[in-house]
Design a protein around this ligand. Structure first.
Ligand code: HEM
Length: 452
């Protein structure tokens, strides 16, 4: 008996050591390290709402804003969408520190600070928040939105021709074709007596089709299953209340663990579907397309260039799908909503389109003539920006004006706040007034970086 106890002693000791290590690590991650960082930030003059570790300020952020007292359309959305930021701004000003779990975020709604950020070290020294890189791996992996430094420059240089005006013009046929298909389907629905159409999901579907055809040459029908899985990934990441930034949040809560497993399985399936697509294109050498995948596959032909790995190609496809379709479909849905409630602008745009096209099918040469359309799109994206925030992380101590941002600090630029600031846009900031862009963006906004 005594002998058998001794036999298990090394195992028991190893277990105790592992437990001690885990507990010490937990104390360091959840308490000591954030406290140290909090003191550093305070010393540098950054204040904010008091956090409660390990959740930081997450619990206050989860409280919802009360519903608006009436159903009138009101574009004053900042306090409704982000009540906690609106509240903290009143107490701490346009820059303050809040905490997502044990991660410090420097909130920025000051255009001068954004300008200094851009000019500091020529933008070098800023990376993408590690906490999001990890959390959103299933969506973006190591695609353009998440890579940094030289890796970013390599990806960016390779995909740049995709956004050239020549290439964009060549994509117009795809856009017109998908849009016409959608509009024909709506006409049929109306003719058959349907009185309600879910315009947002219809536009999302068309935008997904356009991005998929233009980026990797896949029709919506062929890529339907991948798109469904990609949307499911997005729902898990953004519709659930996972405490992002809290150490071990994926394993310490059963519900989060279930979501983490779901996410892992979906992500594996999506990756292998895209991998098949990549391999099919690789083996089909006679198709020299100039779509995104074509550009990425072509890269690395000269000796000094590095070829993209299969995983990098998959990650870039996912990045373009997410970055490209949600943003445009939101912008278009808001445009239709705002035009529906401003009949006078519908009339203006109809006249402008008729004048530019003379009844012919739209082509790229006609686009410069659509000036008012440009104002309307700018005003829509000012009031309802599809990318409501931009995030960065300081990879080293960075001097911004008279303040030093310590290494490791995350930055959260609140684009919605900037776009709804009466000091930048005037007292009519919450009104839909496309004509404010008549003389260009610089005339509409009092600060160069007040619009992103
Ligand atoms: C209304 C439309 C769009 C809006 C409002 C929008 C907004 C943004 C914003 C704010 C960023 C900066 C993110 C950051 O630096 O952290 C960004 C980056 C990016 N967007 Fe868009 N976007 C739109 C359309 C598109 C489309 C159609 C595509 C692709 C087909 C696309 C692909 C990308 C990519 C790849 C990046 C990363 C660029 C880089 O880091 O170099 N976006 N977008």
């Amino acid at each position: 008996m005594g002998f058998s106890c001794l036999q298990h002693l090394p195992f028991a000791m190893a277990m105790v050591l592992m437990l001690c290590f885990f507990l010490l690590n937990l104390v360091w991650l959840c308490w000591l390290s954030p406290m140290k960082m909090k003191r550093r930030l305070e010393k540098k003059g950054f204040k904010g709402p008091p956090p409660k570790f390990p959740f930081g300020n997450i619990n206050e952020m989860r409280k919802r804003a009360p519903l608006a007292p009436n159903s009138l359309i009101n574009h004053d959305i900042h306090a409704r969408a982000f009540p906690y930021f609106a509240q903290w701004r009143k107490s701490y000003g346009d820059t303050f520190v809040y905490w997502l779990g044990t991660e410090p975020f420097l909130y920025v709604a000051d255009p001068e600070f954004v300008k200094l950020m851009n000019s500091s070290m020529g933008g070098k020294g800023w990376g993408k928040p590690s906490v999001f890189k990890h959390d959103r791996k299933a969506m973006f992996g190591k695609g353009l939105l998440m890579v940094e430094g030289e890796e970013w420059a390599h990806h960016r240089q390779t995909v740049a021709p995709f956004f050239s005006s020549g290439n964009l013009k060549a994509m117009i046929d795809i856009m017109v074709d998908s849009t016409n298909k959608m509009l024909d389907a709506w006409s049929k629905l109306v003719d058959s007596g349907t009185t309600e159409i879910d315009v947002e999901s219809e536009i999302t579907r068309s935008a997904a089709e356009i991005i998929a055809r233009a980026s990797f040459g896949v029709s919506y029908e062929n890529g339907k299953d991948i798109f469904k899985m990609l949307r499911a990934i997005q729902q898990i990441l953004f519709k659930s209340q996972r405490p992002v930034g809290v150490p071990y949040n994926g394993i310490l809560h059963l519900r989060n663990l279930r979501k983490a497993v779901q996410l892992f399985l979906l992500s594996k399936q999506v990756d292998s579907s895209f991998l098949k697509l990549v391999n099919d294109r690789r083996s089909n050498t006679d198709i020299q397309r100039t779509d995104l995948l074509g550009l990425l596959l072509r890269d690395g032909t000269s000796e000094k260039e590095r070829r993209f790995t299969s995983q990098e190609l998959v990650d870039e496809c996912k990045t373009f799908f997410f970055a490209g379709h949600e943003t445009t479909s939101l912008a278009l849905s808001w445009t239709l909503m705002l035009l529906a409630s401003h009949v006078e602008w519908q009339k203006e745009l109809r006249e402008e389109v008729m004048e530019a096209t003379k009844g012919e099918t739209l082509d790229s040469n006609m686009l410069p003539k659509l000036k008012k359309m440009g104002w309307v799109m700018k005003e829509v994206m000012r009031l309802y920006p599809s990318g409501p925030n931009v995030q960065r992380q300081a990879r080293e101590d960075i001097q911004i004006g008279d303040k030093m941002v310590p290494k490791g600090t995350n930055i959260w630029v609140d684009i919605v706040a900037l776009h709804h600031d009466p000091r930048l846009w005037g007292e009519d900031v919450n009104e839909f007034k496309p004509q404010r862009f008549r003389e260009g963006v610089q005339e509409a906004c009092k600060h160069r970086t007040g619009v992103l």
